[in-house]
Design a protein around this ligand. Structure first.
Ligand SMILES: NC(=O)C1=CN([C@@H]2O[C@H](COP(=O)(O)OP(=O)(O)OC[C@H]3O[C@@H](n4cnc5c(N)ncnc54)[C@H](OP(=O)(O)O)[C@@H]3O)[C@@H](O)[C@H]2O)C=CC1
Ligand SMILES: CC(C)(CO)C(=O)C(=O)O
Length: 318
C-alpha cells in the first residue's frame, strides 16, 4: 500500500488548487504517484463530486485526486506536503498535519514570505522542510474551479547549497504534470526576491487601492522606498542578494501586466474577514526592529491598513 509516492496538497485555492489540479489530472491513473487533497466546505464537496477544474489561458483540465478530505487522519502517511494555505491559516494547519508527518516527509511551503518556512522549520527541523515560492496570478473562481487567466506559473524550491536527487525527482514529477518547476541551490535568494517583490507591491496596491501598473506609474518613490527597506532587512538576515537587487525588483514589477494586482489587495478589495497584512507588512516592521533597520514606509502603510481592514477598507485613492 505504501509503494506509491504520495503528494498531499493542503490549501486548494488559487495556488494549491492550480498545481494540485494539474498533478491530480496527470497522475490519476498512475501506479507510482498518488495525489491527495486536504480541502474543506463546499469546495471539497464539489471536488469529490466532479473533480477539480483548472482553467488556464487556453486550456481546461479536471483533476481527480486519489483522496480528497478535510481530515488528515484519512491520509495516514505522505512523502510530500505542498502547503498553500494563506498565512493566517498556517499555525492551525501545522498543528493538524503533525499526525501524518513522518521522518521521510518533505514539506514545501508555497506561501508568500518567509514566515511559513521559519515556523515549519522550528516544528519539523531543517532537512525535511524545503523552501519554496511561486509566481502566478490565480484565483479560486467558485467551488471546484480554479482560474489562472494568464496561464503564467512558476515554482522554485529547494535548500541552499544543494540540489539533491530527491529534489530532482520532485522537479520531474512536477514538470511531467505541466508545472514550470525548478529545484534550485540558491533558494533563499529566490524566495527573498519574490518576497520583496510581493510584499512591496501588496502594501502599495492595498494602500492605494490600485494595480501593479498604477502603483509603479503613480507612486514610484514609495515603491522604491518599500523595496529598499525590505532589501536592507534581508541583507541584515544574511541573504546573499545582489547589490542591484532594488533595480532588479523594479524591472520585474514593470513587466507585470498593468491591470493585475496582488492577492492581498484582492482580499482587501473583497472585504475578506482575514488578510495577509501580517506576512506582507507586519513581518518587515518586526524584523526591522529586530535587525536595527528603519522601515518608515512599511510602518506608515501597515498603520493605515491595519485600521482599514475588513469592512472598513477604503484605499487612499479608492
Ligand atoms: N493567488 C496567487 O496568485 C498567489 C498567491 N500566493 C500566496 O500563496 C498562498 C495561498 O494563496 P491563495 O492560493 O491565493 O489562497 P486562497 O485563499 O485562494 O486558498 C487558500 C485555501 O486554503 C484553504 N485552507 C486553509 N486552511 C485549511 C485547512 N486547514 N484545511 C483545508 N483547507 C484549508 C482555504 O479554505 P477556506 O476558503 O475554507 O478558508 C482556501 O481554499 C498565500 O500565501 C498567497 O500570498 C503566491 C503567489 C501567487
Ligand atoms: C505578486 C504576485 C501576483 C506574483 O505571483 C503574488 O505572488 C501575489 O499577489 O500574491
Amino acid at each position: 500500500m505504501k509503494d506509491k509516492k504520495r503528494i498531499t496538497i493542503v490549501g486548494l485555492g488559487g495556488v494549491g488548487g492550480f498545481y494540485g489540479g494539474l498533478l491530480a489530472h496527470q497522475y490519476q491513473d498512475s501506479k507510482e504517484i498518488e495525489i491527495c487533497f486536504i480541502a474543506r466546505g463546499k469546495h471539497l464537496e464539489t471536488i469529490k463530486e466532479k473533480g477539480l477544474t483548472v482553467l488556464s489561458k487556453d486550456s481546461e483540465v479536471v483533476g481527480h485526486p486519489s483522496i480528497a478530505t478535510s481530515q488528515w487522519g484519512d491520509i495516514e502517511h505522505t512523502d510530500y506536503i505542498i502547503l498553500a494555505t494563506k498565512g493566517y491559516d498556517l499555525s492551525q494547519t501545522i498543528e493538524d498535519m503533525k499526525s501524518v508527518v513522518g521522518e521521510h516527509t518533505v514539506i514545501i511551503p508555497l506561501l508568500n514570505g518567509v514566515e511559513a518556512y521559519e515556523q515549519l522549520r522550528e516544528v519539523f527541523g531543517t532537512s525535511r522542510v524545503w523552501q519554496g515560492c511561486t509566481y502566478m496570478v490565480s484565483r479560486l473562481k467558485e467551488a471546484g474551479v480554479i482560474d489562472n487567466p494568464s496561464g503564467r506559473q512558476r515554482i522554485l524550491f529547494g535548500l541552499d547549497g544543494q540540489v539533491s536527487q530527491e529534489m530532482k525527482d520532485l522537479e520531474t514529477i512536477l514538470k511531467t504534470a505541466g508545472v514550470h518547476a525548478e529545484a534550485t541551490s540558491s533558494i533563499s535568494k529566490e524566495v527573498w526576491e519574490k518576497y520583496i517583490l510581493v510584499s512591496s507591491s501588496a502594501m502599495a496596491t492595498a494602500y492605494y487601492d490600485s494595480s501593479f501598473g498604477g502603483v509603479m506609474e503613480h507612486h514610484p518613490e514609495e515603491m522604491r522606498q518599500l523595496i529598499t527597506e525590505a532589501s536592507a532587512i534581508s541583507k541584515k538576515k544574511g541573504v546573499a542578494l545582489g547589490e542591484d537587487v532594488v533595480e532588479v525588483i523594479i524591472e520585474r514589477l514593470k513587466a507585470i501586466p498593468y491591470k493585475s494586482t496582488t492577492s492581498m489587495h484582492s482580499d482587501f478589495a473583497a472585504f475578506k474577514e482575514h488578510n495577509e497584512l501580517g506576512i506582507m507588512g507586519g513581518y518587515m516592521v518586526k524584523q526591522g526592529i529586530a535587525q536595527g533597520v528603519e522601515t518608515p514606509m512599511y510602518k506608515k502603510m501597515c498603520n493605515y491598513l491595519v485600521v482599514h481592514s475588513g469592512e472598513k477598507y477604503v484605499g487612499i485613492e479608492g
